[in-house]
Ligand binder design. Sequence first.
Ligand code: DC
Length: 224
Amino acid sequence: MTVRVVTIDGPAGSGKSTTAKAVAKRMNVPHVESGALYRALTLAALDAGVEFRGQRLVALARSLPVRLDLTPRGFRPEVAGVDVSREIREERVNARVSELSAIPEVRDWVNEVVREAVEGYPRGAVLDGRDMGTVVFPDAALKVFLTARPEERARRRLLQDGHETSDAEIARATEDLARRDEADSTRAVAPLVAAKDAVVLDTSDMTFEEQVAHIAALARNVFQ
Ligand code: DC
């Protein structure tokens, strides 16, 4: 059965989250950023000094709990009821989140939380991540796979985080992204790959407005 969701997957810095957020807003449905759950659990584990082992992490996630508070105006990642929107973007989280997201039990927990969150919104939702269209919602009504050249993705990430964008900084950030892409694409469980039936969009030479308009036009039929 086709489900009323739009999935937007792609590598780090491809603009998935900002695009998904803007498309969801236009369609007046919630946006679910699955990466925020991986990040919030990484943060919680680092703060609690918990080892990166599957069962242990899932128990921590359930007991705190780690969750996303969803509304049509946006989502809020929470750890034990506290908003961690800012903390989940810290460097210490960036450095460990790929490792945590390669753990199968953790992936099962995220997928369950995402599916449950969407059930509460029968009009549908826009989801972004790495495997939303391949694993979590293989029957999604619309699947988009966003890509962009590595240097362009690095430049966007630096700008988004308020850093300088000198050639040296872009070169360094491009290497960081390449390392994460490699880890995310070659892991055994749910590697980053476009679904066979995904619309692949290279946004290197598109403005943000153009990409949002393009996807919103495709998504219109889903949320009628
Ligand atoms: O999109 P992001 O940079 O916030 O994602 C953080 C990490 O989580 C990234 O290393 C890949 C992982 N991730 C994943 O494996 N599957 C998802 N659906 C979303 C994120």
